[in-house]
Design a protein around this ligand. Structure first.
Ligand SMILES: C[S@@+](CC[C@H](N)C(=O)[O-])C[C@H]1O[C@@H](n2cnc3c(N)ncnc32)[C@H](O)[C@@H]1O
Length: 288
């Protein structure tokens, strides 16, 4: 499959982009905090199978849903379809730290997709896509040199072009989100958001609260925020991490007095289960 350039993708308004190509495009983007927009079509079919009985039983009480780290919103749509098929009629908000981006023309042969602060996400070199991030192999092939130099040289220029309005603002969301009743908003799960407090009956955090992405301390902060966003006892939290086709996750339920119980496990369960079950009273949990 030929990788899409951002310029081609975002100028494709009115044209249906192949969903696989769209997924590959978003998945190739690495954000400035080290996380990827990596997502996949029908990624959570096996996870849905594992939690289906509980969701079916609770469908009537699942009104507000939050999908944390939703990337382009593709799997958020699939989550909504799953919940609706089980009888729920949820209002859904997907959040991601990086939704807004900009296309900047540096020269007729060089266009760059950059985040709000001018951090390059993808280069378009005469119509050919080039990743802006460095992978391990690049240190052996010395490809890291032009990549790091390019970023260092371009970052200031990109930030200036964006600040002075010489860019095309775009939203990193999938085409299928248009016409769906799902809000995709920029939000940092590490920063408490007062308007989310006690709002949600079901929260999903898929492939975001990974120990590979964040240190345990930051994950504890995210967990505290997430539990404060739960409506109250009975609210559900699904945490999943995918390894290729395999998933390891846990479905938690918030109980009275801040206690939490595991209602289902997928694979080996979530790697952050100990952090969730061992929350202290300082994070809104009971254990001290
Ligand atoms: C690997 S993707 C997961 C996408 C989707 N949930 C899935 O599993 O297919 C991780 C997403 O988390 C977002 N992200 C990273 N740090 C975040 C933060 N602090 N708050 C909210 N979203 C964040 C990234 O921008 C990226 O889109």
């Amino acid at each position: 499959m030929v990788m899409l350039t951002a310029r081609r993708y975002f100028s494709a308004e009115g044209i249906d982009v192949d969903p696989e190509a769209e997924c590959a495009f978003f998945s190739s983007l690495k954000m400035r905090n080290g996380t990827f927009k990596l997502t996949r079509l029908s990624r959570f079919a096996a996870v849905e199978e594992a939690i289906r009985p509980i969701i079916r039983e609770r469908a009537g009480s699942i009104g507000q849903v939050l999908d944390v780290g939703a990337s382009s919103g593709l799997t958020t749509i699939e989550l909504v379809d799953f919940l609706q098929a089980e009888g729920a009629s949820p209002r859904v908000i997907g959040t991601d730290l990086f939704v807004k981006a900009h296309l900047v023309e540096i020269s007729p042969r060089l266009h760059v997709l950059a985040d709000d602060e001018g951090w390059p996400l993808q280069y378009d070199l005469a119509g050919r896509p080039l990743r802006a991030w460095v992978r391990r192999l690049d240190y052996f092939t010395l490809t890291f040199v032009p990549l790091l130099l390019g970023r260092a040289v371009l970052r200031g220029r990109l930030a200036r072009e964006i600040a002075e309005g010489r860019s095309m603002p775009v939203r990193m969301e999938c085409q299928a989100l248009a016409g769906r009743n799902i809000k995709l908003v920029e939000n940092d799960i590490l920063v408490a958001t007062p308007e989310f407090v006690r709002q949600f009956d079901l929260i999903r955090a898929a492939n975001i609260l990974n120990l590979g992405y964040f240190r345990a301390e930051r994950i504890r902060t995210a967990i505290a925020n997430i539990f404060s966003y739960c409506r109250g006892p009975g609210s559900l939290l699904l945490v999943v991490r995918s390894h290729g086709q395999d998933h390891h996750g846990s479905l938690f339920e918030l109980l009275e007095r801040g206690d939490v119980a595991v209602r289902a496990r997928i694979g080996k369960g979530s790697e952050i289960e100990p952090l969730i079950l061992g929350r202290t009273s300082a994070d809104g949990g009971r254990r001290a």
